[in-house]
Ligand binder design. Sequence first.
Ligand code: NDP
Ligand code: MG
Length: 391
Amino acid sequence: MARRVSIFGATGSIGQNTIDLIARAPDDYDVVALTGSSNVAQLARDAIALKAEVAVTAREDLLDDLRAALAGSGVEAAAGQEALEEAASRPADWVMSAIVGSAGLKPGLRALEQGAVLALANKESLVCAGELILKTARENNTRLLPVDSEHSAVFQGLVGEDMAAVERIIITASGGAFRDWPFEALQHATLAEASSHPNWDMGQRITIDSASMFNKALELIETKEYFGVRPDQIEAVIHPESLIHAIVGFVDGALMAHVGPPDMRHAIGYALHYPERRDLPVARLDLPQIAQLTFREPDLRRYPALRLAREVMERGGLSGAIFNAAKERALDAFIAERIGFLEMAEVVEEVLTRFEADPGRIDAPMTLDNVMQTDHLAREMADHVMAERAG
Ligand code: NDP
Ligand code: MG
């Protein structure tokens, strides 16, 4: 029987890779919903090709364009936040969460509430609301499957293992666009320079987050939330080849590494076919040709985001939501060329410090309302901090 699947963030980098896999075996899937935001032309093309029930754009101002592009196809068109949530509430067996940013949280929760397995690329959901999203999965007798490559690698390393035997989890980082730049040059790094990744082909935001290692910072927090380990059990190491994605260390000293090509279709395909393994259209590695794998310690002066992630993991509560929201606003400002590359971490650190004056907010119960309100306040605070610095 065909499986019912939906893809949130279908027009993005993860979404398009997911569609690539699904389109190779169209008879295996009934596509329920595809969603996007600005790129309605792509959304409509894919929705028609995959015979989706509904296509949703997050942008209400683009509903007419989407309707026009879908005219006569039989695919329903919808727009806006409520439409996204409604689409997530439609029964599906498997839902890909690949919207970028905290905007991905609500649709993911809706999908879990109707019992779907949630393939989670949207790392911000776990960073902002780890406890809430895991609880929602438990209460609805379903589960999350990690799609972030490092977390998929850890997950695969844990199959058949007892969590009590896990000593450490090591996630690797490419080091991003500036790993070989002198520190002094980072101050003048441009948007174009930060937007190209040495190993992976991804959306612009995560590519810039790789250069600053805010991406790895989010992933450290994501590791703590998803696998329930202590912060001191989680390490990040620079591995410029991006072939080992993560390593699980056990109490007997064994390290189990996950090795594979830097192609997100592996992690997406693993989550799509779990618990089976199926043939995937990814390159096979030639080890003699690779010849060597190298590792280095990340320099915390160059990557202050990693230090901030440690503070957030120790602090817990809603500090992840504050960290992520401040990071999203600082990234918006860097993309708009209003602040410099190194300033992003300074803004996030300042926002975290100011929230410390209101510990009740950080320790408020993790409800959806509290998370969304905190996200909103942290964005306002980030804007305020940036306005002060500019003035
Ligand atoms: P992209 O920027 O390529 O795509 C983002 C998707 O979200 C697009 O479909 C976009 O629509 C949609 N979108 C943007 N803003 C909103 C909004 N406010 N509401 C609803 N939808 C919106 O991102 P990626 O595919 O690179 O990343 C997606 C998620 O997966 C992120 O959380 C990222 O951190 C994570 N991830 C990505 C990896 C990768 O290899 N790319 C690896 C691991 C994790 P449109 O384009 O039509 O405007
Ligand atoms: Mg990753």
